[in-house]
Design a protein around this ligand. Structure first.
Ligand code: NAP
Length: 263
């Protein structure tokens, strides 16, 4: 059963948010988050490159509206933000979630995975921020949320490009928070552990504390409602990775050396 029949009944709003924009909403965490926001009464513009995914999603709830875009295209992101404003209204909440992963084998080092991940994960978010922040600052209202990862806390084998992209986002969010807050704009960084999605379905290793996208969506919405700066989950993974963050390097490398796959 789709949610069309229940639309309008569950009306818990998210801090009065009327219009939200979620990128990377065609699959995985973004999809579940867009649905959760729509169920709480938010009108949601959903973006990804694959239009069919967005159409299928929009069929699940009348408050979901497809705005296909590639986040690596700065002009297209600006035009999409404008189209959302025109069609749905001012964006109150933007969740820049689109991202991808490519493992890096340090022993056959090449620039390509870094270029791809920096383009999508970092520049994709920056294009989104450039498209919405100036108007939010002018209105002295709004909330931007950036999808990071606990893998941005410290370097992990095979995640040299992914971790670096997520570390960049964590640093950027911290840098932006005080300035934007002083203009009435809230900033959040979302740092999940492992979530079962098409992205992690590709992993051939054990993923500790793996959670479902619906769990992630619920945690994210609660964090956004509380206007929390960092939204990290699941709790056990977040604590484990935060402890790893403060381990002395010698001890940390003793652990990560064991994660290296020998050929
Ligand atoms: N799953 C996890 O365990 C986990 C943990 C920590 C952080 N994260 C982060 O959470 C975010 C979502 O991950 P996920 O696991 O839900 O991934 P996913 O299942 O692969 O979904 C990613 C979504 O992003 C879209 N996307 C990818 N490249 C894009 C581009 N260039 N322009 C526009 N949209 C693009 C994809 O659609 P199209 O391909 O159709 O564009 C898809 O809808 C990512 O930033 C990821 O790094 C995930």
């Amino acid at each position: 059963m789709t949610d069309k029949s229940t639309a309008g009944r569950r009306q818990r709003t998210v801090n009065g948010t009327r219009v939200a924009w979620v990128t990377g909403a065609g699959k995985g965490i973004g999809r579940a988050l867009a649905l959760e926001l729509a169920r709480r009464g938010v009108t949601v513009a959903v973006s990804a490159r694959t239009e069919a995914d967005l159409e299928t999603l929009a069929a699940e709830h009348p408050r979901l509206h497809p705005f296909p875009v590639d986040v690596t295209d700065e002009a297209a992101m600006a035009a999409t933000a404008e189209a959302i404003r025109r069609d749905l209204g001012e964006v109150d909440l933007a969740v820049f979630n689109a991202g991808t992963h490519k493992p890096v084998d340090g022993r056959t080092f090449s620039a390509q995975p870094f270029r791809t991940l920096m383009e999508v994960n970092v520049m994709g978010v920056i294009h989104g921020l450039a498209a919405v922040v100036p108007r939010m600052v002018a209105r002295r209202a709004g909330h931007v949320a950036i999808m990071g990862s606990v893998s941005g806390y410290r370097g992990l084998p095979t995640a040299a490009a992914y971790g670096a992209s997520k570390a960049a986002l964590n640093n950027m969010a911290e840098a932006l928070k005080p300035e934007l807050e002083s203009c009435g704009v809230s900033v959040s960084i979302i740092n999940p552990g492992f979530v079962r999605t098409p992205l992690t379905d590709r992993n051939d290793f054990h993923m500790p504390f793996l959670v479902e996208p619906e769990y992630a969506a619920e945690k994210i919405v609660r964090g956004l409602e509380a206007k929390r700066f960092e939204i990290a989950f699941p709790f056990r993974m977040a604590v484990f990775m935060k402890l790893a963050k403060v381990l002395p390097q010698g001890l940390y490398f003793a652990l990560t050396r064991r994660m290296v796959r020998h050929r």
